[in-house]
Design a protein around this ligand. Structure first.
Ligand code: SAM
Ligand code: SF4
Length: 327
C-alpha cells in the first residue's frame, strides 16, 4: 500500500519521471518549432534522478515511467534504467519514446531492465509524419518499433494524438498497423499545454469521434482492462489488440488519478492540468543523499494534489509545454 494518499483519498503509486526536455522531433502539439531548452545545470543528473525515484518507491510507488522530451536522446539513459531496475518495490519500469532511436537502443534498454514501452506514432503517411513532427522520418520509427518487438518487449503500446483535418483520416490505418503487429494503441485528445499558434486552429478531435471512425470497420466492445490511468480500453471481436482512449476533455477521470510527475527540473508536478508543484531539486542539491528529508517533502506535497485538471480545449491556461512537463 502506498503512503502517498492525497486530500481526496487517492493513493499515488505511479510516477512519471522526466529525464530530459530535449527532443529530436518538434511535434506540432507538443512544442514550438524553435523551442528553448533548459541549460544542462538546470536538469537533474543521474544520481539526483535515482534518489528521487528511490524516495518515491520507499513511499509506495510501484510503477515508474521514464519520459521527456525524448528519453533516448539522453546518453546516460541506460545507466538510469540499470539503477532504477534495482530499486526494491518497483514492479514496473517503462518508457514513453518517439521510437526514432530504438533501432540502436531497444536491445540495450531491454537488457538493462526496461520491460515496457509506449511508442508514439500519429500517422503512417511519411509526408504527414514529417509535417506533424516537423522533421521526423516515419521509416526510422517503424524500424524502431520492429526492433523493440525483436528485442523482446512484450507489452508495446502505440500512442497517437489525433487532430482534426490533420491525421483523423489515419485512424483506421493506425488500427490496422497495430492489428498486424498485435500492439495495443491509445488515441489521445490534444491537451492545451503551452502557447503556440498551431493551437489556435480548431483541431480538437474527441475520443468519441475517433471511436465512431473505428466502429465503421470494427465494432468496439468495452473491455475490463484497467491500468489505473485515464485510458478506457475497448476490444475488437477478432483480435487480441486493445484500443484505448485518453480523453481529458470529453471524459474526465481525475477522481481515479493515481499518478504524479517529476519534471526534468525536479519539480514534483501534482497534476498535468494544473500548475501546483513542489521543488525537489533544491532538496536533492542542498541535502544530497538525505532520502528522509526528500520523502518528508514528497509526503507533505501530495496533500496539495488538486481535485481535477483545469484543461479547456478553447484556451491555454498551462504555460509549460508537454516536453518540459513529462507527458
Ligand atoms: N518523446 C516521447 C514521445 O513522444 O513518445 C515521450 C514524451 S511525449 C511528451 C509523451 C506523450 O505525450 C507522447 O505520446 C505524445 O504524443 C504526447 N503528447 C505530447 N504533447 C501532447 C499534447 N499537447 N496533448 C496530448 N498528448 C501530447
Ligand atoms: Fe518530442 Fe515526444 Fe514532444 Fe514529439 S511528443 S516533440 S517526440 S517530446
Amino acid at each position: 500500500m502506498s503512503l502517498l494518499v492525497d486530500a481526496f483519498g487517492r493513493e499515488v503509486e505511479y510516477l512519471r519521471l522526466s529525464v530530459t526536455d530535449r527532443c529530436d522531433f518538434r511535434c506540432v502539439y507538443c512544442m514550438t518549432e524553435d523551442p528553448c531548452f533548459l541549460p544542462r545545470e538546470a536538469v537533474l543528473n543521474l544520481e539526483e534522478l535515482a534518489w528521487i525515484a528511490q524516495a518515491f518507491t520507499e513511499l509506495g510507488v510501484t510503477k515508474i515511467r521514464l519520459t521527456g522530451g525524448e528519453p533516448l536522446v539522453r546518453t546516460d539513459c541506460d545507466e538510469l534504467v540499470k539503477l532504477l531496475g534495482k530499486l526494491p518495490g518497483l514492479k514496473d519500469l517503462s518508457m514513453t519514446t518517439n521510437g526514432s532511436r530504438l533501432t540502436k537502443f531497444a536491445k540495450p534498454m531491454f537488457d538493462a531492465g526496461l520491460k515496457r514501452l509506449n511508442i508514439s506514432l500519429d500517422t503512417l503517411n511519411p509526408k504527414l509524419f514529417t509535417q506533424l513532427t516537423r522533421n521526423g522520418k516515419l521509416e526510422r520509427v517503424v524500424e524502431g518499433i520492429d526492433a523493440a518487438i525483436a528485442a523482446g518487449f512484450k507489452h508495446i503500446k502505440i500512442n497517437a494524438v489525433i487532430l482534426k483535418q490533420q491525421n483523423d483520416h489515419e485512424v483506421l490505418d493506425l488500427v490496422e498497423f497495430c492489428r498486424n503487429r498485435a500492439l495495443d494503441i491509445a488515441f489521445i485528445e490534444e491537451m492545451p499545454l503551452g502557447e503556440m499558434d498551431e493551437r489556435k486552429q480548431a483541431r480538437h478531435c474527441s475520443s468519441d469521434e475517433v471511436k465512431a471512425i473505428i466502429n465503421t470497420r470494427y465494432p468496439l466492445a468495452l473491455s475490463n482492462k484497467r491500468t489505473g490511468g485515464p485510458a478506457r480500453y475497448y476490444t475488437m471481436a477478432d483480435s487480441p489488440v486493445h484500443i484505448g482512449f485518453i480523453s481529458p476533455h470529453s471524459h474526465n477521470f481525475c477522481h481515479e488519478c493515481n499518478r504524479v510527475r517529476v519534471t526534468v527540473e525536479g519539480q514534483l508536478l501534482l497534476c498535468l492540468g494544473n500548475e501546483h508543484s513542489i521543488d525537489l531539486k533544491s532538496i536533492v542539491r542542498e541535502f544530497p543523499g538525505d532520502i528522509e528529508r526528500l520523502k518528508t517533502t514528497i509526503l507533505q506535497g501530495i496533500h496539495y494534489k488538486p481535485k481535477q485538471h483545469e484543461f479547456d480545449k478553447n484556451g491555454v491556461q498551462i504555460l509549460r509545454f508537454m516536453n518540459a512537463t513529462g507527458g
